[in-house]
Design a protein around this ligand. Structure first.
Ligand SMILES: Cc1cc2nc3c(=O)[nH]c(=O)nc-3n(C[C@H](O)[C@H](O)[C@H](O)COP(=O)(O)OP(=O)(O)OC[C@H]3O[C@@H](n4cnc5c(N)ncnc54)[C@H](O)[C@@H]3O)c2cc1C
Length: 384
């Protein structure tokens, strides 16, 4: 078995892993590798064709308002593609272009199967190789880990990564389970092609009026729902308070049972959009402390049990706020790089640019105040 050793190993070549790598490159960390089980931007490659980033891209970088989907201060996916809402393939191509331009050391097709902690760091097992690392950044995201077992019979349902394209699946009537972004995305694309869709949801996310897009539906999705309601009234039926408890299939039809005693029948496999699990939970849960099934992070985004193991990505939590968008978790790329730089006794002053541009936000109290000072109630009704 081959053995190699690095100062820093980053697991996962999505926006989180690559963004951290760029911040580390900025301060001159040389002994670094990014290991990726598939290929750069794999999660985005698996998105259904019609799916778009809900966060808009706009190249406003020179004015210190970096494109919301950029992984570094000087790149803009919006500028690269001349598009505001990029497809998964476009975003993966942006990530690939970043890897090429900055010559990031990514090893594709290299899946980490096991991690051990040693006296001087960690040992990662990949196929026929062990990699030693002083620091590890876990950045495997959530999209590779859909929650496939939320209720009995969930395995009979279809999930977005299996779909390929909403245009090409058979049927005219569908049931979507889950009313957040993924469920709404499926409902929108199915309705737009002329199908009838029922959305069953435990709560009523479409009614939540919270300024934080991690809590309520994004403006992009609210706009799409309004557009489809005008163009094809009744094509999407939103049914809140319908917690699905079981799905069965009797050969001909699927039956979907809800907690309130109701049931729905569908000739097509229901679309399961009940969410994803953190990679850290599925892969390295024993390396992190957990509080009521939520991961606990130090003030520099490391494990509280293993200080040289960091996490970057959408499962990051601070002050009860989830950093689940790129523009949120990228605010910590510089923090992680700065901390690793300090421990390696490197000069980290070159991160000042990252700080100015919102990629090194140390005061995480920023994340608890998402409130917009102007409320909807103050806007004239005619405009809404
Ligand atoms: C459906 C959906 C839509 C979203 N839309 C948006 C949006 O519009 N805007 C936004 O800002 N955020 C969005 N998000 C949040 C989203 O999670 C992130 O933007 C982004 O994918 C997270 O980046 P990441 O690098 O942490 O994870 P990923 O992009 O998932 O990258 C993780 C990488 O790790 C690799 N990997 C996994 N296990 C291993 C292993 N054992 N060894 C080696 N490599 C491994 C995977 O192959 C993958 O390439 C969305 C999320 C979902 C699920």
């Amino acid at each position: 078995m081959n053995e190699s050793a690095f100062n820093v190993v980053i697991v996962g070549a999505g926006p989180a892993g690559l963004g951290c790598a760029l911040a580390l490159q900025e301060i001159g960390v040389e002994s670094l590798v990014i290991v990726e089980s598939e290929r750069v931007g794999a999660s985005f490659q698996h998105w259904p064709e019609e799916m778009r980033l809900i966060t808009p891209s706009f190249h406003s970088n020179p004015f210190f308002a970096t494109d919301l989907n950029a992984v570094s201060p000087r790149t803009s996916p919006g500028d690269l593609f001349g598009a505001e809402h990029l497809s998964g393939k476009q975003y993966a191509a942006y990530l690939k272009a970043v890897v090429g331009h900055y010559e990031l050391p990514v090893r594709e097709g290299c899946r980490v199967n096991k991690v051990r902690s040693d006296l001087d760091g960690f040992t990662l097992e990949v196929y026929e190789e062990t990699i030693k690392a002083r620091f590890v950044i876990w950045a495997t995201g959530e999209f590779s880990f859909p929650d496939l077992d939320p209720f009995p019979g969930a395995g009979l349902c279809r999930i977005a990564p299996q779909v390929g394209s909403w245009q090409r699946i058979q049927g005219d009537e569908f049931v979507v389970i889950g009313g957040y972004e993924s469920g709404m995305d499926a409902a929108y694309h199915l309705a737009a092609r002329g199908s009838k869709v029922k959305v069953l949801s435990r709560g009523e996310p479409w009614k939540i009026d919270d300024p934080d897009p991690s809590v309520s539906l994004s403006p992009f999705t609210k706009e799409r729902l309004a557009r489809i309601a005008r163009a094809l009234p009744g094509s999407i039926e939103l049914l809140g308070g319908r917690e699905v408890i079981e799905v069965t299939h009797d050969g001909g039809a699927y039956r979907i049972f809800t907690l309130d005693g109701d049931s729905f029948v569908s000739s097509q496999a229901p679309i399961l959009a009940t969410g994803f699990e953190p990679g850290i939970k599925r892969q390295v849960s024993s390396f992190f402390e957990w509080n009521q099934s939520r991961p606990v992070f130090s003030e520099v985004d490391s494990s509280t049990l293993y200080p040289n193991l960091f996490y970057s990505g959408p499962s990051l939590l601070h002050r009860d706020s989830k950093f689940c968008f790129i523009y949120k978790f990228r605010a910590r790329f510089g923090v992680i790089a700065q901390e690793i730089g300090k421990r390696l006794e490197l000069d980290t002053s070159s991160l000042s640019e990252w700080k100015k541009r919102g990629f090194l936000i140390e005061d995480i109290d920023c994340c608890v105040d998402c409130k917009c000072e102007v409320e909807t109630s103050t806007v004239e009704e005619a405009v809404l």
